[in-house]
Structures are given as structure tokens and as C-alpha cells.
Design a protein around this ligand. Structure first.
Ligand SMILES: [Zn+2]
Length: 308
């Protein structure tokens, strides 16, 4: 049996599959390798970049199975075993660096950590291939991840392992996510005394060690809440109101400001704070995927579905 570079059999049983929430169809190996790759693509589309983006010639530029050697090598490409995929290849060509922003790269790493890094990213190679993602583990580990994904349902919530530990002094979108969840205002993404106190109260209510640090155990509880349509009401003394209870305005095409930025960040779009056609299209697709009215208007139900 001939195998490709990662040890998976060449030309296996395979299927043309649609990445959920997109129009992209891609041929991947049947079984756990394909399941994990499709999951990764779905997460990339939701959290990093719209994979429906077309090439400059107006065609989709995402590929899976192809029976060929690695470019510039005689070794058999993992595309031949249908365990590799290329995403938005015209935007992220072979050899290019910096085609994803640092924030996008961080999110890619989170997504891969969530699948226990059984998928690796070509952007990390000495000859970068930023369009390329491939299975990088043997069958048992990949099957274990696929089983966990199948059992965990189709939640967009990242596993706790993919989130960085946050504490006093931390900054960024993860901090803002925790602040929104705990109804800390302003949700400015800066982990100060007020955020720390809110985390301690939450931890006390959840019977976690109240150290004021958001590590794996605290992330796990918070992720459980974020994964439901109505956030779990944080426990503790006087629980703050759930963040989605009308604390966000309804926004639509033409809206501007911080709420639009929050939305764009969550959708993995360019964050310019202006609700234009691209934002509207992405919102409609998200709504359709979630079974909401796909009107492109972000009201209470859509905010709640996003856990924002
Ligand atoms: Zn490739």
C-alpha cells in the first residue's frame, strides 16, 4: 500500500463534502481524517476568514484530494491521501508570509489546539504554504479527536485548551470575551481590578479556586456557558445580568461603532466598525446556519446565538 508523507494511504475512499455554512465543496478522506479537516475548515470560516472568498478570476480556490507529489519534491503530497486541504489559495500562495494578520494566526493556532494539533498548518513551514492544512497524526489520535467532536455537537465554542490563561494585566479579545460573559463594563479587553474581582466572584459561585485567574478549569466553565444559546448565569453573590439580555443594540447595514467591531471580530472579518455588505453577507450565512431568520440584522436573537 502506498502512503503519502504523513503515513495515510494514497487514494483512499473519499467524498466531496460541503463545508458547513459555506458553498465550498472539497474532497477529503472518508472517516475521521476528513471529519477533522472539515471541522477545521468550518472553524476557519467562522473565526479566521471567509473561505467562500473567490480568487481574482472569480472562482472558488479551495482544494482537497489531488494525486500528486509535493511541489518541488518527489515525496507524495498529503493531498494524495485526501488528508490535506488548501484554503483561499490565491490569497495565501505557496512561499508567502504575512497573508494572515497576527490575530488570524493566533486564531488558527487556537483552532488547531482544539483538535489536539492532529492537524498542522503549512504557514509554519520553512517554505511557508499558508493555504495548506493537513493531518499530522496516526489514525488512533485522529479518530479520538473526531469522536470527541462528534460527541460534542456542532458548537462553535472552542475547547478550553485552546484559550490562553488570562490574569491581571492580560489584554485582547479573549479578555473582552470574558468581560462580556461576566457582564463587566466596559468590555475593553483590559484585565484590571474590576475584571479580576468579577472572575473571583464567578469562580466562588462555580466552586473553583477563587484565584482571579482564568485558566483551563475556569475557561471550561465559561465555555460551557458560551456554548448554549442563553449564557449560563454566573453564580456567586449578586449575579450580574446575562450579557445578551438587551445590553446590545440591534445593528444592521449602515450601523457603525464598537458593537459592529465586536461583531466583526467574532465573525473573523476585517474590523473597521462599519456594517457594510461583507458584514451583512456573513451575518446572513451565520443566521441561516443557526436556523435564525437570515435577514442580516443583528438583534437580540442573533446576539444571543453568538453568546455576545
Ligand atoms: Zn496544499
Amino acid at each position: 500500500m502506498s502512503v503519502s508523507q504523513n503515513g495515510w494511504p494514497v487514494n483512499p475512499p473519499r467524498t466531496l463534502r460541503t463545508v458547513p455554512g459555506t458553498t465550498v465543496r472539497i474532497t477529503v478522506a472518508d472517516g475521521p481524517a476528513g471529519d477533522v479537516l472539515i471541522h477545521v475548515l468550518e472553524q476557519i470560516d467562522k473565526r479566521v476568514e471567509d473561505i467562500d472568498l473567490n480568487s481574482t478570476r472569480g472562482e472558488l480556490d479551495d482544494w482537497g484530494h489531488a494525486d500528486r507529489p509535493i511541489r518541488g519534491s518527489t515525496e507524495t503530497s498529503n493531498h494524495a491521501s485526501a488528508t490535506a486541504v488548501d484554503v483561499n489559495s490565491t490569497r495565501h500562495p505557496l512561499g508567502a508570509t504575512g497573508t494572515f494578520t497576527p490575530a488570524q494566526v493566533a486564531e488558527i493556532r487556537r483552532i488547531l489546539a482544539e483538535v489536539d494539533n492532529v492537524v498542522r498548518w503549512g504557514g509554519d513551514w520553512s517554505r511557508p504554504d499558508p493555504m495548506h492544512f493537513e493531518i499530522d497524526a496516526a489514525y488512533p489520535r485522529v479518530a479520538a479527536v473526531a469522536a470527541r467532536l462528534a460527541g460534542g455537537g456542532n458548537t462553535p465554542t472552542p475547547a478550553p485548551t485552546g484559550r490562553p490563561t488570562l490574569q491581571r494585566g492580560s489584554q485582547g479579545p479573549d479578555v473582552a470575551l470574558v468581560q462580556r460573559y461576566l457582564a463587566v463594563t466596559p468590555a475593553d479587553g483590559i484585565y484590571g481590578a474590576v475584571t479580576e474581582a468579577a472572575v473571583r466572584r464567578y469562580q466562588t459561585g462555580q466552586r473553583l479556586a477563587p484565584d482571579g485567574i482564568v485558566g483551563p478549569a475556569t475557561w471550561a466553565r465559561i465555555s460551557t456557558g458560551l456554548g448554549t444559546t442563553g449564557p449560563v448565569r454566573p453564580g456567586g453573590g449578586t449575579p450580574p445580568a446575562p450579557p445578551s439580555s438587551g445590553s446590545r443594540p440591534t445593528i444592521r447595514r449602515g450601523s457603525t461603532g464598537d458593537h459592529v467591531k465586536t461583531l466583526q471580530r467574532w465573525l473573523g472579518l476585517t474590523v473597521d466598525g462599519r456594517f457594510g455588505a461583507a458584514t451583512e453577507a456573513k451575518v446572513r450565512r451565520y443566521q441561516a446556519m443557526k436556523g435564525l431568520t437570515a435577514d442580516g440584522i443583528v438583534g437580540p436573537r442573533t446576539w444571543a446565538a453568538m453568546g455576545l
